[in-house]
Ligand binder design. Structure first.
Ligand SMILES: [Zn+2]
Ligand SMILES: [Zn+2]
Ligand SMILES: [Zn+2]
Length: 156
């Protein structure tokens, strides 16, 4: 008797997990993102104030290149990409500052994780994503992530 109860509950949770996966797939397919991590062990190094950041047109601190730069999320230096003079990458090697946001496409990269991070999902990254989005598009980003908030277990 207990065996059949256990069988029932595990199959129920498996099917709800499948639904969650389908939702994730839909979101991923729609936005066309490269797979981004939703967690990172280095977020404690972030600057505590990521709302106030240099403007998106700020030139690279070192070579004065003006377009598609990166912002270091630890010290807020503006540095150029690996396709220009690699000053962001050099900065990471010199300082160990591993988190940066691209002013080109607003993606967040962690050099230590060697991966993109989901800036809309990770709470600590939302301020920088919002500020950069505001610079780029002139409006606040649409709120994503409401799906998981609505999906609270019904305990009435
Ligand atoms: Zn990381
Ligand atoms: Zn540069
Ligand atoms: Zn830095």
């Amino acid at each position: 008797m207990s065996a059949s109860t256990r069988g029932f509950s595990s199959s129920a949770s498996a099917s709800s997990a499948m639904i969650l996966e389908e939702v994730d797939d839909l979101i991923g397919a729609e936005s066309g993102w490269v797979e981004a991590k939703t967690s990172c062990d280095h977020l404690h190094t972030l600057s505590f104030d990521l709302y106030h950041i240099p403007h998106i047109d700020t030139p690279c601190n070192i070579c004065q290149h003006t377009r598609e730069n990166w912002i270091c999320l630890i010290c807020k230096d503006i540095l150029c990409s690996r396709f220009v003079n690699k000053h962001m990458f050099n900065h990471y090697q010199e300082t160990g500052h591993c988190l940066a946001l691209s002013y080109s496409d607003l993606s967040v990269w962690c050099f230590n994780c060697d991966a993109y991070l989901d800036a809309e999902f990770i709470t600590q990254l939302r301020p920088i994503h919002e500020s950069a989005y505001l610079f780029k598009f002139g409006v606040r980003p649409p709120i994503r992530g409401t799906i998981s908030q609505v999906r609270e277990p019904d305990r009435s």
